[in-house]
Design a protein around this ligand. Structure first.
Ligand code: CU
Length: 223
């Protein structure tokens, strides 16, 4: 069996897995590909904090499982992470790890909410993001503090690292609309979009934005 497995490519395992499933009753593995993503700015420089998400064309999304939870903490007088991507239906916690009090406020249509001033160690009840869209999160006590949440209608998403790269790891074969968004686009500019066909041979998906990102606001010098 081992020799047989190593002599054929992983992509040919579908029928075999099905046969094994029928024989053993074990669940089969869904075929899923890894798609690399690369984002650069107007000048070709790597772009971090780009959210990339893929929506299948012509096939339904997998149902949402157990409610997911994400965390945006307040530490060193900033929200961390700066950019968060979640599937609609995810709850977000906002723990405060600073010595100072903080506050959380969103005026965004996709999720308007407020968590009144709270102190270190406090984790207020999580906030449910129940609609797709872009949510800008502020602390009204510290005007440089800002975080972005992009709630998307798909479980297939990722965010680029400092090198401008990331990957979508579990995309079942098929056709997708894939979108890329950066916080500087806010909710004004539409995300960039491409159509891709996912298989084991999918080439990296490359994005070039038509702007140079504005650096994140630094905390005030007095802090
Ligand atoms: Cu604050």
């Amino acid at each position: 069996m081992k020799n047989l497995l190593s002599s054929i490519s992983a992509r040919k395992l579908g029928p075999l897995m099905l046969a094994c499933t029928l024989a053993t009753g074990l669940p089969s593995l869904a075929l899923a590909a890894k798609v690399s993503v690369q984002a650069v700015d107007k000048n070709g420089a790597a772009m971090a904090d780009v959210v990339v998400y893929a929506t299948p064309i012509g096939t339904p999304l997998p149902p949402a499982g157990k409610a997911e939870t994400a965390t945006i903490s307040q530490s060193d007088m900033q929200f961390s992470p700066y950019v968060t991507v979640i599937r609609v239906g995810t709850q977000v916690k906002f723990p405060n790890y600073d010595k100072m009090e903080h506050h959380v406020k969103s005026f965004s249509a996709a999720k308007e909410f407020e968590i009144k001033t709270y102190e270190r160690g406090v984790v207020p009840p999580p906030v449910m993001f129940d609609k797709p869209g872009i949510v800008i999160v502020y602390c009204l006590l510290h005007n440089w503090m800002r975080a972005y949440v992009l709630a998307v209608d798909t479980p297939y998403f990722a965010k680029t690292e400092q090198a401008g790269t990331t990957s979508l790891d579990q995309l079942p074969d098929g056709n997708y609309e894939i979108r890329a968004w950066h916080p500087n686009m806010g909710s004004v500019k539409q995300p960039l979009v491409q159509t891709i066909k996912v298989s084991d041979q999918t080439p990296p998906v490359k994005w070039q934005f038509d702007f140079v990102p504005i650096p994140r606001k630094a905390k005030a010098a007095s802090y």
